[in-house]
Design a protein around this ligand. Sequence first.
Ligand SMILES: C[S@@+](CC[C@H](N)C(=O)[O-])C[C@H]1O[C@@H](n2cnc3c(N)ncnc32)[C@H](O)[C@@H]1O
Ligand code: SF4
Length: 398
Amino acid sequence: MNETPTIEKTEKVAEVIKNDSFANSAIQQNNPNSTSENPVKKWIKKIPFFPSMDYFRRKVYDSPLFDGSVRPLAKTLEEWPGALLIDITNRCNAKCVWCPNPDLTNVGAMDMDVYRKIIDDFGTRGGVLTFGTFGEPLMDKFMQERIEYLKRYRKIHKVEVLTNAFFLNDKIVPTLLEHGVGVDISLDELDKQTFEDVKKMSFDVVRDNIVNFLEANKKAARPVPVNIRIKTLKTVEETMEQELFKIISSHDCSVVLNSVDDNIISNWAGKLDKESFIKEYEISTNNKTRYTHKRFNQTNVAPCTQLWKWMVVYWDGSVVLCCADMFSRTVVGDLKSNSITEVWNGPQLKKYRKQMVSRRRFDVAICQDCDIHLSWHNLKEYYDTNGNFLPDKKFIMG
Ligand SMILES: C[S@@+](CC[C@H](N)C(=O)[O-])C[C@H]1O[C@@H](n2cnc3c(N)ncnc32)[C@H](O)[C@@H]1O
Ligand code: SF4
């Protein structure tokens, strides 16, 4: 994403990840109240006219005038999805207050035969793969088997898991380390009481899992990339004082830390009642007339990056439009009966891409109220001109 990441780099936190993809991009966007990676940038953002400058920067850059600079890459990516987000289960043990997942009724886990079919297909040309989009992937009882199955496809050259860490225990950690699976953790709160109020699961289990995992990773022959996402109802300063933050900071991982405000919380393409959430948790809101990335995203008519950036596979093998489609509102194909190429180049996605390119995003029902939308220029942050996922990008979703 072109937006400024909101990240704290602490002494030993080895790397700062520019966060912008859904769950990630959706979610971590420019937040002037959070810590920033660069003091100069932070200062610039405080200049009163910075928001308007940024607004005009995005407005101009996202106009058709600049389409030429991204169109060739988008064309290349239309041939084959460089990344697969595979939501092997949409069940989740947690009940985070900002997440509509608990409202899902069509829940399940991917059948192993369907999984193998998809991987056999993706493995022929390869790319990068994430487990977890809408649910909690480490709840899946076949997780170990699924990871091991990937071994036969060297062209699937980067794999990661997006998890709440409740099941990040010694049943799965050795497999993750052995197979080089990157771990992207949604930790959020670091204070026990707040954590349990907000996420409705045991803080002690998650804390111990994370600490043990970081230690095991430190000792591993080939440590895997680790990213820890923290969006907190507390302040950034309070969070950094927490014991767990200090432990995390002394390990080799990146941290994305934001204090929750209305620019951090996404509306899940209209599925989260953000207004009620903001009221109930007394979330700070930016002045209604002030530019924020989330507000801009809701009005931006530039083609949305998601239709080129990755293929999002639902637990039942169907393919949904994007990572905002938790409720499977816009199914664009089915990998049970069709190949990846057939779906990726199929009539549905072709139609939606055409609408996007002609700046008719709002004709696509699910896109009408979406604040996850990001312009397709974002593709250049993830792919080289040949459509290969950039090797220095440690995380697909982060
Ligand atoms: C839906 S979860 C699924 C993956 C996994 N269960 C996890 O917790 O990471 C994916 C990410 O979306 C984030 N998320 C959920 N609802 C959000 C919202 N309304 N705004 C911003 N981020 C949200 C979660 O915190 C998590 O980082
Ligand atoms: S704009 Fe449409 S395609 Fe893009 S993230 Fe939102 S709902 Fe998905």
